[in-house]
Design a protein around this ligand. Structure first.
Ligand code: ZN
Ligand code: ZN
Length: 352
């Protein structure tokens, strides 16, 4: 009979490798706990509408890559392609904002996107992430970025091997002016853009800046910068963030092409890149999403966070011997009991 195999793009993690996963997860949990984050576990299945409204109908994630299916009553469900929208949904649903202050939540778990499987990119992949909800203060953006660096350092990744791409894409008031400037810029190149970007030109020209097709990248080189279209509040927010990052001695590279492929971002967007992986593959990415809670039917509550890929981390860390670095994880029995004869098997079972 033909063997039943795992679904393409969905991998087993075998015991040997699982040890490394446990180690990384333990390090991440401890790092975020030190910054005051508490775990939240949301379901893997959500209403498809959550991502259409949260992440954005026209984004690649929702438009092309999301696993969507009807349940037996015809309700459209989705395997979560990311966790920010689910976390914010849960935050609203359980009234976690009622206490006031900043809610700091983190998660680790599987996400699903129907993409072409390749190295470090699976259809079931795993992300860890943090969400800090309830403050507009750029000091919170800086703290979240500081935490990202802190996690990397704890995992043994050296600062020199990493760099931070940073940009501000402004608020919804700035967006139409910037979008218009981009549309005007790209319009003469319409025929030279890839088919996706021709669609993006009408739907959301910001996303052309994200395109990895070489001809599109070449055309986008001299496109208008989002930071030239910020309102006074957004400009100040960004300026103060840069000041805090300088005070924290955290290096960054301003990158006007960085817009991130999700609709919910406002103001700060960033990616932490490994020089080993190349600029196409961020180790983690995040930003501010001040309009997301409201877009999901909740109160207007700002937030900032990031998500990182476990598979990418493992690629960068390689098959490094973790050995005694797993000091907190019990990986084998501490005592062995061996029955000498058949008659002692029951006794040994009981004594275990
Ligand atoms: Zn603004
Ligand atoms: Zn393109």
């Amino acid at each position: 009979m033909k063997k039943v195999e795992a679904v393409r793009g969905m991998s087993d993690i075998l015991p040997e490798e699982a040890l490394l996963w446990q180690h990384l997860e333990a390090e991440i949990r401890e790092a975020v706990a030190l910054y005051g984050y508490r775990e939240i576990r949301t379901p893997i299945v959500e209403r498809a509408e959550l991502f259409a409204r949260g992440v954005g109908e026209a984004t690649d994630i929702v438009h092309k890559e999301m696993y969507v299916f009807p349940d037996k009553k015809g309700q459209m469900l989705a395997l979560r392609p990311e966790a920010t929208a689910p976390v914010v949904r849960a935050y609203i649903e359980h009234g976690l904002y009622a206490k006031g202050g900043v809610a700091k939540l983190y998660y680790i778990g599987p996400m699903f996107r129907y993409e072409k499987p390749q190295k470090g990119r699976k259809r079931q992949f795993h992300q860890y992430g943090v969400e800090a909800l309830g403050s507009l203060d750029p000091a919170l953006d800086a703290e979240v970025i500081d935490l990202a660096w802190f996690i990397m350092e704890r995992l043994g990744l050296r600062r020199e091997g990493l760099f931070l791409r940073l940009n501000s894409i402004g608020c919804p008031e700035d967006r139409p002016r910037y979008r218009e400037a981009l549309r005007e810029y790209f319009l003469p190149y319409r025929e030279k853009l890839c088919p996706d970007c021709q669609r993006r030109l009408d739907e959301n020209p910001l996303r052309i800046l994200d395109c990895k097709v070489p001809t599109c990248m070449e055309i986008a080189k001299d496109a208008p910068k989002s930071t030239d279209y910020l309102c006074e509040d957004c400009r100040l927010h960004f300026e103060r963030l840069l000041g805090y990052l300088d005070a924290l001695d955290l290096a960054y590279e301003l990158d006007p092409k960085l817009v991130r492929g999700l609709d919910y971002y406002t103001r700060t967007v960033f990616e932490l890149i490994s020089r080993d992986l190349g600029a196409q593959d961020a180790l983690l990415g995040g930003g501010r999403y001040d309009g997301l809670a409201e877009a999901l039917g909740g109160p207007s509550i700002p937030g900032v966070g990031f998500a990182g890929g476990m598979e990418r981390l493992i690629l960068v860390l390689g098959k490094r011997e973790v050995g005694d670095r797993c000091y907190r994880i019990i990986t084998k029995p501490e005592v062995y009991l061996l029955p000498v004869g058949e008659g002692e098997v029951a006794e040994v079972l009981v004594d275990m």
